[in-house]
Design a protein around this ligand. Structure first.
Ligand code: HH2
Length: 281
């Protein structure tokens, strides 16, 4: 999954793709480099960020999704917590909704996804982006995150979304300390036990900055290390900025591991399978 932030303030690439034409070009480049899914977002969720008004978010993402839909066969995801933004994005040709609130921020979100027959990512977050990094605390980190995801899966299914259209994500960096993030990555098998495709979003994040003592643009090696180890542990979808470099590293790792799709690029790739599970176009 390639990250396409149409925002002025995202932590790693804010302002680079606010112009729709640039965003579309970058999305096409990500697809060319190997992204099976393009995740278009119009609101930063970095620590300390505040929500963007609905009209503003719509104005950022819709032209980009419309144009990408005409130009690429890649799956398109909309990274939003607002039901109205999700509905308009799905109408414009998006295939899945990446909701970092796991349908908690907007009571209409689950219904929108269900009625559209779309797929969705349900992500764990402790608190809200404004305050989540102030003092993250868990008694049983993995148990609490897994319990939360299991409960959100049940809620989504109760709203009419078939389980095969749901993807889970422990929410790296969302109300987590460096140690929490490392433990979540170490214990992926416990999230895979939920029986749904597992998405991980560690790309260029602050915990890598702490380990490497480097700014977001200098965290590629850490991102690649996390990607390779995640694939080895069975993760299905990696949400990353540096698609070309990560895809090449993952392809090499898959070949060494003897996974079927190594060296491929064909439809059997795990991320494609995971996305196709929810694909209804
Ligand atoms: N991380 C970010 C945004 N959306 N969605 C999922 N499912 N998982 C993640 O880990 C995740 C996400 C934050 O990264 P980014 O989009 O690069 O930054 P910003 O929120 O500042 O736009």
């Amino acid at each position: 999954m390639g990250i396409l932030n149409v925002t002025p303030d995202s932590f790693a690439d804010g302002g680079l793709y606010l112009d729709p034409a640039r965003a579309v070009d970058h999305g096409l480049e990500l697809a060319f480099e190997g992204a099976d899914i393009l995740d278009v977002g119009g609101e930063s969720t970095r620590p300390g960020s505040r929500p963007v008004p609905e009209a503003e978010e719509l104005g950022r993402v819709l032209p980009v999704i419309r144009a990408l839909r005409k130009k690429t066969g890649a799956f398109i995801s909309v990274d939003t917590t607002k039901a109205a933004v999700a509905r308009a994005a799905l109408d414009a040709g998006a295939d899945l909704v990446n909701d970092t609130s796991a349908f908690r921020a907007d009571p209409d979100m689950a219904g929108v996804v269900a009625r559209a027959g779309a797929a969705a990512v349900l992500m764990h977050m402790q608190g809200t982006p404004l305050t989540m990094q102030e003092a993250p605390r868990y008694d049983d980190l993995v148990g609490e995150v897994r319990g939360f995801l299991a409960e959100r899966l049940r809620a989504a299914e109760a709203a009419g979304i078939p389980p095969e259209r749901l993807i889970v994500d422990p929410g790296i960096g969302f109300g987590k300390t460096v140690e929490h993030n490392l433990e979540l990555l170490r214990r992926q098998d416990e999230f895979l036990a939920l029986g749904r495709p597992l998405l991980l979003g560690f790309s260029r994040k602050a915990f890598l900055g702490v380990i490497l003592d480097r700014p977001p643009a200098g965290r590629l090696e850490g991102t690649i290390a996390a990607a390779v180890l995640s694939v080895e542990r069975g993760a299905h979808i990696l949400r990353v900025h540096d698609v070309g470099a990560v895809a090449r590293a993952v392809r090499s790792a898959e070949a060494i591991l003897g996974l079927d799709d190594a060296g491929g690029g064909g439809p059997e790739r795990p991320a494609v399978q995971a996305a196709e599970a929810g694909h209804v176009r």
